[in-house]
Design a protein around this ligand. Sequence first.
Ligand code: AMP
Ligand code: FES
Ligand code: ZN
Length: 307
Amino acid sequence: MAKCRFCGSRDVEVHLEYARLSLCVECFLKFFERKVDSTIRKYRMFPKGTRVAIAVSGGKDSNVLLYAVKKLYPALDLIPIYLNLGIKEYSDHCEELVREITRKLELPLKIFKLEDEGFTLDDVATTRFRRKICTACGLIKRYWMNRLAYEMKAERLATGHNLDDLVKFALNHYIHGDLESILRLKPLLTSGMDGKLVAKVKPLCEVTDFEDLLYAEYSEIPYRSIDCPYATGKGYDRRQNLMKNILTVMPDFRHVFFKSHLKRFLPILEKGYELEMQLKECSVCGMPTIREVCAYCRLKEKLTNKD
Ligand code: AMP
Ligand code: FES
Ligand code: ZN
């Protein structure tokens, strides 16, 4: 019978195939927190005195992130952000969960409602952007996460992306040779334009989706119980299956691949390729863009212009 690798207890609940590690619940929770803490320190994600905005969606990853960061760094200047995009039932359900978890953790909460911009994601679903709704949604989220963090004078914006998410992105970018996206795939992406482009951090980038799920369950962290009604992409399922198949023959694939990306590929790519970041201020909203008008303002104009 398996014993917990750390304390020797026979109450083994967790088996992590990639590391051939069997653990009891208590040691797993400590192991998870140590791992997140070591990522935060390794990449200097939260230098002393930094204000950190955490984007919390109500999903398990960002709820876990908020809970673990608050536990590890109780004195950190932490501001959770929730974006209510106006997706019927789903957005309000998620907002309620984010309110609940921030109340429990005694943290202030910044809520943004897309409705205040004159449109919602449900409105997007009735336009010609319907087919690309997840792309539009991603653009809106990235824009508002950054803008709110900037307006709240945060020097870091943390998201709940875990190792599985990053490996799926990386696979996709390498397959398609999307060099610019490859160069942005890092645990810490530095700031730009005097802080208008807030530095992005991903403290869960070294823990797997399964570890996140176990941590949420064992710590009794509430998270959303319904899925976004627009998340029906075939591309997503295909990537999910591809990863599952690879993992059956190579359980440590995600760890090895992401390490190679960070340690082997990135340093060389960064030397040979300067990210062309000729950023200027959007003539409408003043936020960073490479065009005259930023992608968000162009989308908003198309969605709200009724002529
Ligand atoms: P997703 O793109 O939905 O996989 O989300 C990736 C990360 O973005 C999450 O872990 C959160 O940190 C953040 N995020 C996504 N949706 C929201 C939202 N509605 N409000 C705040 N943060 C969000
Ligand atoms: Fe963005 Fe569902 S949350 S399309
Ligand atoms: Zn703009």
